[in-house]
Ligand binder design. Sequence first.
Ligand code: SAH
Ligand code: SF4
Ligand code: F3S
Length: 463
Amino acid sequence: MKQENCKRCRGGRFAVGRGPEENWGAALADPKKLFIKTYGCQMNVYDSERMAEAMGGSGYVTTDVAADADMILLNTCHIREKAAEKVYSELGRLKELKITKPDLKIGVAGCVAQAEGAEIMRRQPAVDLVVGPQSYHRLPAMEARVRAGENPLETDFPEEDKFDHLAERPKAGRGPTAFLTVQEGCDKFCAFCVVPYTRGAEVSRPADRILREARDLVERGVREITLLGQNVNAYHGHDAGLAGLIGELARIDGLARIRYTTSHPNDMDDALIAAHGSCDKLMPYLHLPVQSGSDKILRAMNRKHTAESYLRLIDRIRAARPDILLSGDFIVGFPGETEEDFEATMGLVRAVNYGQAYSFKYSSRPGTPAAERAQVDEAEKTDRLGRLQALLSKQQYAAQDAMVGREVDVLFEKPGRFRNQMVGKSGYLHAVHVTDSGAGAGDIRRVRILQSVKNSLAGEVLA
Ligand code: SAH
Ligand code: SF4
Ligand code: F3S
């Protein structure tokens, strides 16, 4: 499986497509090959993995080479205009592949599939199937229909729970980190955002199913689980919310690290804040998007919090876990944003001091309330984004540089680019590399940080 280099997913680190040797279909004499290209957020990465597993039951193995594939699935993102347009350019290229390989099947999954449905096949007739995020369990049946000459489209929000119908996760070994979706959808309706329309209403998976999936992952060698949800801290599948679920996960032997993303400030309850102080397995990193530092813009965005309430929340989180590394999302050039509003965002960034951040120019999305409003000039947006990113990068590098001389635990994930090098992540999600350490994938070792380089830290293993 391939993943578009998405900064939020940290450069494709999570493109965990199983090689043919790990796939059930390998037992078949002549397995069909499936190539999945994943765009967008971590939930799409998780979904791609689940789709590959579902298709394993139909005799498919995954391949990293599109030209070898019998079926190509694009797992798409609709969050900004560019993300959606990329899909149509890619489909244009795949159409050419179909000329030389007429049996190739092409499917579109994900949020563009949900948002545009049949329009995709109209715009690109080479597409054989379109499947929305809530219907992935139906993919094997859809593939059979494609082979029977149909062009199936599934974009409703079915009554049945897709997680109940998805294939069991295979037992073969895998890398030491994994995503696990616990909540999907969003009821917040921020005025700029397509997610409530593409992923539907907030739904939480029951805690017992999540715990079973987590235990399974740990048995297969996983040491760190990142709980996923569009609004993960709105999770209500456990009586004690996300904090309750984290508490139960922390009792799983062998599971060393827990993370969660993405959170909404209004759903950070007392128990979750306290968990950051009391649960050793909960890593000191929190992605808590604020979008803007101007109350006028926050109101226009329908965020239902103020800059001040966000700052007070950060104070409480830091009181519980003083060394926590904070990350955020920002939008510049939202309709109505003046220079003064933008300065308020810069002020908030200075006040918080982020260790990591993602910032975007506002992109007008059809069907969302803000799309109808007067738009900020594009050159102005570009200028503001440049200024904001310069500040955020400065903070990010300062946080990274401040690690030099410190000792941190690193979970090693894979060999690095150089001989005898291993790379892994600290609890703060900094990439750390060491050489000649003897550490293997899945090991957690104490490391002294020696140097801060462009996007990673160099260290030496102590024990
Ligand atoms: N559920 C998460 C974020 C989902 S989308 C949350 O509420 O924080 C990820 C990020 O994309 C958002 O936080 C926002 O910063 C950005 N985004 C969403 N819609 C956008 C749009 N129309 N234009 C620009 N950025 C957008
Ligand atoms: Fe989108 Fe807002 Fe929901 Fe996040 S909380 S997914 S930004 S509508
Ligand atoms: Fe994109 Fe859908 Fe994720 S719009 S960010 S893939 S929820």
